[in-house]
Ligand binder design. Structure first.
Ligand code: NDP
Length: 291
């Protein structure tokens, strides 16, 4: 059984990006520049944005963190976005989600210049991705594709079952796995909460991507021998025995499913670390596409 080590792969990727950035700077050009907009004080968002900014520093990118009050109006945020769209020294930026309830997320995402949309959430990027054109691919599915490729997991002709159809993970990964090209050419079934007899589907799968957010949902009786498992789920589960008071669980009952799997991502240390690395990769791509 192979453990698909996202932590190590993400570190490898960061080293590669760091080398590229060092060469760019050596040639006298400016470094790639990523900005992150954070509205309010949500604890998890602060953690995510903090580690994105630290990763930028690590690879040698310039980074700007724009923190706005929880009470920021939609109009003020749109004004901020217009400024970022116009800023010639900026290659890409993200608006950390979720936004406060009084702000319409869709309106904000639509206002982002697609050429700077390194999260890949703008419909223009989603459409371009679906049409196999150059696009920014959302970081989590992009990271899964990178893991499959680097570990040389055969996907062509395989049956992949993706569980979860969110716009940021399930649906895009289902599209990518079915496309022509590396880590593609799979026959994909996209399952969701209305799917019937899910176990019958997962039992026929060569590759299963779990992205629903229910801890340890996928058990050993639901999979066949030799399956590849990609576990996207991240849920905090209360655990008084742990110093933090919780543990992180994936959507897969890892200990039992790993016994049957040919390859599996752990949680933590699987898909999660890949997400930030791919955001850096998208920022580098944005820089390179600017020319
Ligand atoms: P969403 O909550 O947006 O979507 C969950 C999906 O799971 C929905 O499509 C839902 O179906 C489906 N679902 C729910 N219950 C069932 C069920 N019983 N059987 C089958 N399908 C079901 O999830 P996200 O994609 O945003 O996140 C999924 C998980 O991945 C979460 O734990 C999240 O924290 C994690 N995540 C991890 C990332 C990383 O970097 N590793 C990045 C993003 C997310 P329906 O559409 O019918 O409601």
């Amino acid at each position: 059984m192979i453990v698909l080590d996202g932590k190590k792969t993400a570190q490898d990727l960061k080293e590669e990006i760091k080398e590229t950035v060092a060469a760019i700077k050596k040639s006298g050009k400016r470094a790639p520049h990523l900005a992150a907009v954070l509205v309010g004080n949500d604890g998890a968002s602060l953690t995510y944005v903090g580690s994105k900014v630290r990763s930028c520093d690590y690879v040698g990118f310039d980074s700007t963190l724009i923190r706005l009050e929880e009470s920021t109006t939609e109009e003020a945020l749109l004004k901020q976005i217009a400024e970022l769209n116009q800023n010639q020294d900026l290659d890409g930026y993200i608006v950390q989600l979720p936004l406060p309830k009084h702000i319409d997320e869709e309106k904000i995402l639509l206002a982002i210049d697609p050429t700077k949309d390194v999260d890949g959430f703008h419909p223009s990027n989603f459409g371009r991705m679906a049409l196999e054109m150059d696009a920014f691919i959302p970081a989590t599915p992009f990271g899964i594709m990178e893991l499959l490729e680097r570990y040389k997991i055969e996907t062509a002709g395989k049956h992949c079952v993706v569980v979860g159809r969110s716009h940021i993970v399930g649906r895009p990964i289902s599209i990518l796995l079915s496309q022509k090209g590396p880590a593609g050419n799979a026959t994909v079934t996209l399952a969701h909460s209305r799917t019937q007899q899910l176990s019958e589907l997962t039992k026929t799968a060569d590759i299963i991507v779990m992205a629903l957010g229910i801890p340890e949902f996928l058990t050993t009786s639901m999979v066949k021998e030799g399956v590849t498992i990609i576990d996207v789920g991240i849920t905090r589960v209360a655990d008084a025995a742990h110093p933090k008071g919780y543990v992180i669980k994936g959507d897969v009952a890892y200990a039992e499913v790993a016994q049957k799997a040919a390859a599996i991502t752990p949680v933590p240390g699987g898909v999660g670390p890949m997400t930030i690395a791919m955001l850096l990769k998208n920022t580098l791509l944005a820089y390179q596409r600017k020319g």
